[in-house]
Design a binder for this molecule. Structure first.
Ligand code: FVH
Length: 304
């Protein structure tokens, strides 16, 4: 059925690792594809696979109504599109950026007569076009653009629209990536602790996976507490106990000759929350510590 449908022609600017992976999925799905890359040689393989190669970014943009960007950063998007007529184009920017960059790029595109959707790719190039790998893209901005091109945008991976604020795709993207690095930091510290001991990383690995899976309850639990503002009901491991126990973690790191710099920021934050008002905070879980992170008064929507 799908193969009989006319496939939307599109343009892709940027043929790095991610752009090339995206291009291959659209070509394989039968979409007429025009590509451009600053370094022209990277387009040669795709030309052999059926892509039309534009000589300039302007020529590529003029070729199709739907224009996807997958460049290094927002500055390269600005310099690539500088001076090009964008009137009537539908721009989908899959370049990683900040929420503010997404918002200002959307306003910039609108001023030039284009509709705009920002995207945050939650996948590595090898996950693109492999549905079972679970990769997807957050989209935000013009709902009309997203709905119009949804089938085309779903070719490389899942498409999740997270609202008309063009900054929200980047916000979701960076929130998930930031959590990932916190997780990587804890795992790195754990492996550093056993280094030089008669404990093999491969033996610790399943224990770590199991423990981190069990602690995954914190994700939903913290969301509930941030929503209600209640940090004390049904607490199973209170802040007072956790701050006391953090001394053991630091002494163990010292005994093992491991720099504790990956875990001290969070331990310090818990202690700061407790010391601010021990009577009020001793019985909380650790969610209350999040309130100390916000630097912009008045921006928080839930009393943060
Ligand atoms: N690769 C990944 O795992 C991650 C997964 C999540 C999403 N990111 C973001 O995707 C954007 C592109 O990433 P990439 O992997 O394709 O990156 P590179 O292979 O380094 O290719 C960069 C492309 O950008 C072009 N480029 C760089 N600077 C400029 C410029 N000033 N003007 C025009 N184009 C520029 C570069 O061209 P060239 O060096 O080949 O000439 C590549 O096409 C990125 O936002 C990731 O954060 C990927």
């Amino acid at each position: 059925m799908t193969d009989n449908l006319v496939k939307t022609p599109l343009t892709l600017l940027g043929l790095g690792d991610m752009g090339t992976a995206l291009a291959r999925t659209w070509l394989a799905a039968g979409h007429p594809l025009t590509v451009w890359n600053r370094t022209a040689a990277k387009a040669e393989a795709l030309a052999a696979e059926g892509a039309r190669v534009a000589a300039t970014a302007a020529e590529a943009v003029a070729a199709n109504g739907l224009v996807v960007l997958c460049l290094l950063d927002d500055d390269s998007v600005g310099s690539t599109l500088d001076g090009i007529d964008l009137t009537g184009r539908d721009l989908v920017d899959l370049t990683t950026g900040t929420p503010a960059e997404g918002r200002s790029r959307a306003a910039w595109a609108q001023e030039r007569g284009a509709r705009f959707v920002d995207g945050g790719i939650m996948a590595t190039p090898s996950m693109i076009g492999v549905p079972e790998a679970g990769g997807y893209v957050f989209y935000s901005g013009s709902r009309a653009l997203f709905d119009h091109h949804r089938a085309t945008l779903e070719v490389p991976g899942g498409a999740r629209f997270v609202g008309e604020d063009p900054g929200h795709a980047a916000l979701h993207d960076v929130a998930l990536l930031s959590a990932m690095y916190g997780l990587f930091a804890g795992i790195s510290h754990a492996y550093a602790l056993i280094d030089g001991e008669d404990v093999a990383p491969k033996d610790l690995a399943p224990l770590l996976s199991e423990w981190l899976g069990a602690m995954g309850f914190f994700v939903g639990n913290a969301a509930d507490r941030l929503t209600s503002g209640d940090f004390t009901t049904a607490v199973v491991s209170n802040l007072s106990m956790q701050v006391a126990a953090s001394g053991t973690l630091l002494r163990t790191a010292a005994e093992q000759g491991v720099d504790a710099k990956l875990i001290t920021p969070y331990l310090d934050l818990m202690r700061e929350r407790l010391e601010a008002d021990p009577a009020a905070h001793a019985g909380e879980d650790t969610t209350g510590a999040i309130t100390l992170l916000r630097r912009r008064p008045g921006r928080g929507r839930r009393g943060l």
